[in-house]
Design a protein around this ligand. Structure first.
Ligand code: ADP
Length: 265
């Protein structure tokens, strides 16, 4: 911040965005995309202008959760800029998914190509004026997330680390926190997804993996704990049908738990 930026550079493009967050996870399938999408929707519900860059190039699921997976990106003829897809609540979405011929197409790019594609995406997208940009990284702490995070380096305000509460995930989360710190991205906090199971029959929460694992990991690492999200069959249904925005606007307790995470940022 406060540094001179070259016209057209990544830093220049992202300069006007007030809050740039990245979500990371030590491994796949823990709910990173759910958290990314929820953060974007949560901020949009609070009246902010929000963009999502789905950088999870090997498993782009953000468009599906937002119900825009059949959309396409266009290039504006006059400006030559990429026009993002507009999702619920006016969220601007850019994802590699929009450029793939079908949902089942695998991206087998190596890291340098991913890096270039991401740079092009960010630099050539007409984001307009944004308050918040949320970036979804590929899972893990390997080559792909590293390359993408590095291409955004200097431009990110914080990382949100997503975990599940099993003992095995503990070491993996510590790795993710270390990853963020090594890249000089401040850890905004840890979210514990699947903290417990919400029984659809009686609404009770069952802590099947034990309680407070995420909080303990966060505390022992000196980073904020942002909250827990139950495994909720209702949530799952809304996610599968691309209606996460409707779920978050409902009176559901899980929706409230998710929005509490947003309010802590
Ligand atoms: P990741 O991005 O870490 O790979 P996703 O966010 O894609 O994980 O979530 C993996 C799958 O689990 C998705 O199908 C999602 O709908 C489901 N899921 C994630 N979190 C929950 C939850 N708290 N309740 C119900 N389903 C969930």
């Amino acid at each position: 911040k406060g540094q001179a930026t070259a016209p057209g550079s990544l830093a220049e493009v992202l300069k006007g965005v007030k809050l740039k967050l990245v979500t990371i996870s030590g491994k796949g399938g823990v709910g990173k995309s759910l958290v990314t999408t929820s953060l974007a929707l949560g901020f949009a519900m609070r009246g902010y202008k929000v963009g999502i860059l789905d950088g999870d190039v090997y498993g782009p699921t953000v468009p599906k959760m937002l119900g825009v997976s059949n959309s396409m990106l266009y290039v504006d003829e006059k400006s030559g800029k990429i026009i993002p897809v507009t999702g619920p609540l006016g969220i601007k979405v850019v994802s590699i998914e929009f450029a793939l011929p079908s949902d089942d197409t695998a991206v087998i790019w190596r890291a340098p190509l991913v890096n270039q594609a991401l740079r092009d995406f960010i630099a050539q997208v007409d984001w307009g004026s944004l308050d918040v940009l949320v970036v979804d990284l590929p899972p893990g702490t390997g080559d792909a997330p590293l390359t993408i995070a590095q291409s955004l380096q200097g431009g990110l305000d914080g990382s949100v680390v997503v975990t599940i509460p099993t003992d095995i995930s503990r070491r993996i989360v510590l790795k993710a926190i270390d990853f963020s710190r090594k890249l000089n991205i401040k850890v905004a906090g840890v979210v514990e997804n699947m903290c417990c199971f919400k029984c659809p029959d009686n609404g009770k929460l069952y802590y099947i993996f034990g309680k407070d694992a995420g909080r303990k990991i966060a505390e022992s690492s000196g980073v904020p704990f942002l909250g827990g999200i139950p495994i909720d069959p209702d949530l799952s249904q809304y996610l599968d049908s691309g209606r996460l925005h409707e779920f978050l606007a409902s009176e559901n307790e899980t929706a409230k738990a998710i929005l509490e995470v947003v309010d802590k940022l």
